[in-house]
Write a protein that binds this ligand. Sequence first.
Ligand code: F6P
Length: 343
Amino acid sequence: MAKIGILTGGGDCPGLNPVIRAVVRKAHNEGYEIIGIRNGWKGLIENNTITLDLASVSGILPKGGTILGTSRTNPYKKEGGVDKVKETIRALGIDALIAVGGEDTLGVASRLVKDGIPSIVGVPKTIDNDLSSTDYTFGFDTALNTAMECIDRLHTTAESHHRIIVVEVMGRHAGWIAVEAGIAGGADIILIPELPIDIEEVCSLIHKRHSRGKTFSIVVVAEGAQFKEEDMVTQEQKLDEFGHVRLGGIGEKIAALIEKKTGYETRVSVLGHIQRGGSPSAFDRILGTRFGVKAVELIKNKKFGRMVALAGKNIIDVSLEEAVKELKTIDKELYAIAKEFFG
Ligand code: F6P
């Protein structure tokens, strides 16, 4: 019986368990055996696996996170890492591998395809929605709804206290969560990584709002937003194995400037990992399920080096190499719509 390995790597997100369940169920229907690899690429370096049978995926559909665990391990940054990955794959008798991840995990998958492990299929996930070649990644919709609900809650307290509240959301170098949660939650200003922050404009929009009788404002800022000539605000400078810094803190900076320049009392709320947790939305459960089934179909048809993707209403497959080439940043037309409601 052919064996399929599956791993989840990088930041977790809601929808990973629906993918794992779908892969196991579809693989079972097709007569494949499935091996779960723990903690992303780390599990292949350390030969750390679990058996995935029908019983082990029963009841996981509504669960957030990943039953396989995850890590930000990059085998290309570990001494002998790639050789260990190859060794484990050989030792376990894995015929094909499904890598579920974002730009980093899938970037490794794409390199491994060229470096002697050709039978890999990618499944795109991330709350950031920043992967090109797919209209949506699962995880984004749940994070977006969580952020929207938080903005709703912050509205009532901002209004009662006549305050400005700055809401910092995740998204790394793309403004998808900020823009979509901002539109859905009725933000008065949205600041994104794709456009430099102009604090004078922010303050003048707040003044404009106050001059028409409003006594509060909600400013949504993406963690990766930055001032023109300044570096991104980070929690620490140390780079992870994929060369990323830990973003966070721009909300505090903006809030202090707004209070100083406008005189209005200002507070900041950093949503952080709350956006990554919790039960997946219906959209993410369905997308994850469709991706999982399609990934096994690709293996069945020996279409390797491919990534499953959403194009309009259809699930398609695209080149893994192309998919990780560049990030998908915000749609300018969508931001233009958000701007109609600023101030
Ligand atoms: O990529 C998903 C994400 O949540 C980003 O939005 C955020 O910048 C980063 O991961 C946080 O990473 P960690 O969980 O390692 O702190």
